[in-house]
Design a protein around this ligand. Structure first.
Ligand SMILES: Nc1ncnc2c1ncn2[C@@H]1O[C@H](COP(=O)(O)OP(=O)(O)OP(=O)(O)O)[C@@H](O)[C@H]1O
Length: 407
């Protein structure tokens, strides 16, 4: 294993990142090398040696200096104790989860009780933290200084709850019932809702809308109102775009269902008897009303410049940059606040590229130039994050990534 001094030396000579200091925390049972310069490719990959800390945070890398060209503003992101929401989104596979999880770890290590939530139906938060976070409840993450909890929303379960509440208040079950009773006018109104279609084949974004409203539900409780930073690892771009218009759509739909329910309640006693106990109706109507209120909150949350920021994550390829540009255009039109663009997986500089790496680097430079000349995204604060030669898994690795991305 490389020693700390050797690691520091190899970093300063081969990497664009200047490591000011490296502190082994204690006599450690083992050292873990996260990588070394890749002689095969001739790339000076980021290379450090990490030592195990005795108790809570097993690894610590201190004082990792910024690449000179990419100032970040973590202090601004971490300032204040008023609750702030950070939503990380972008094309599939660019590193949204890694960036979201590393940001959450960094917030927690800076004293913020933090919640990180995955609203991506294809969760990878558990993999990122190397911890089982499934089950739809808040799970404490071991390691950081301040409390860090993670939550993977179970979209199936959340959708079922929504489905049940809707069915009881004018969904497809009611439609069948009223069809049978010849209540043509009300059936027409139900037709307008397209609710059956919505629930049977949910559009992309519905899971996310429900997931985010579920988070709002958690946050309403006394138990969980301590969080001052909430980081969302969102689903890929397409879902996000649909999600933006969904709260409006669902709000309108639920509003219509509730109105319909009121009409039905006064229509005939026969209908009342088919619906069952009055108290059950009230329960489910109340549930639906609360869901509607949360949807309104979700919609407001997305547009609240005071408390919310959507961070676009991308990689330096023409395709990913183009998609980021479209995403920003849509977010801007929807008045969703965006300030920062993370360009992840940038090849570290090297004096001796092989042919393969030289080609990749050229492509990446082209993509970075595209960002600079694209009026849609060129004004965003650019955060450049390097490709590291390890898989980012577990709190120590996330802490390491966080220290080089979020500065
Ligand atoms: N800067 C980096 N250097 C090296 N590997 C990275 C970096 N960022 C992310 N990765 C790796 O890339 C893979 C995909 O990352 P991640 O799961 O964070 O992406 P994602 O955008 O959330 O994906 P999905 O859209 O599938 O949810 C993971 O194996 C992760 O460890």
């Amino acid at each position: 294993m490389a020693s700390a001094a050797a690691a520091a030396a190899s970093i300063s000579s081969s990497s664009p990142f200047l490591f000011k200091s490296y502190t082994p925390l204690a006599s450690s049972p083992r050292s873990l090398s996260l990588g070394k310069p890749c002689s095969a490719f001739g790339i000076g990959f980021l290379s450090i040696s990490i030592s195990r800390k005795p108790r809570r945070s097993p690894f610590q890398v201190t004082s990792v200096a910024a690449p000179t060209e990419s100032p970040t503003e973590f202090d601004e992101m971490a300032s204040g104790t008023k609750r702030k929401y950070y939503m990380l989104g972008g094309k599939g596979g660019v590193g949204k989860t890694s960036c979201a999880a590393s940001l959450a770890v960094k917030f927690a290590n800076n004293g913020h009780p933090t919640l990180v939530v995955s609203t991506d139906p294809a969760h990878s938060l558990s993999d990122s933290f190397a911890q089982d976070l499934t089950g739809g409840t808040l799970v404490p993450v071991d390691g950081p200084e301040a409390p860090l909890f993670a939550l993977e929303i179970n979209p199936e379960k959340a959708r079922e709850e929504f489905h049940d509440a809707s069915q009881k208040n004018g969904g497809t079950g009611v439609k069948d019932l009223m069809d049978g009773m010849g209540l043509g006018l009300l059936v027409e109104q139900l037709g307008e809702l397209k609710l059956g279609e919505l629930l049977d084949t949910p559009p992309p974004g519905l899971d996310e809308a429900i997931a985010i409203s579920k988070v709002m539900q958690f946050l309403e409780s006394q138990e969980y109102n301590m969080f001052t930073r909430i980081v969302f690892d969102t689903a890929p771009t397409g879902h996000t775009l649909r999600l933006l218009s969904l709260p409006d759509f669902l709000d309108a739909s639920i509003g219509k269902i509730l109105k319909l329910k009121q009409k039905l309640a006064s229509a005939t006693s026969a209908i009342k008897s088919v619906f069952g106990q009055e108290s059950n109706q009230e329960d489910s109507a109340g549930k639906l009303e609360r869901l509607r209120e949360r949807m309104v909150k979700v919609r407001e949350l997305f547009r609240d410049t005071e408390s919310t920021e959507f961070v676009i994550v991308t990689i330096p390829t023409v395709m990913a940059v183009s998609e980021s540009s479209r995403l920003h255009s849509s977010l801007r039109k929807e008045n969703v606040p965006v300030k920062r663009l993370v360009v992840n997986q940038i090849l570290p500089a090297s004096g001796s590229d092989c042919k393969f790496c030289a080609m990749r680097r050229k492509d990446q430079m082209r993509a970075l130039d595209m960002i600079k000349s694209d009026p849609e995204i060129s004004n965003l604060k650019l955060i450049q994050a390097p490709l590291v030669d390890m898989e980012i898994r577990g709190v120590p690795a996330l802490r390491f990534l966080g220290d080089i991305v979020w500065r």
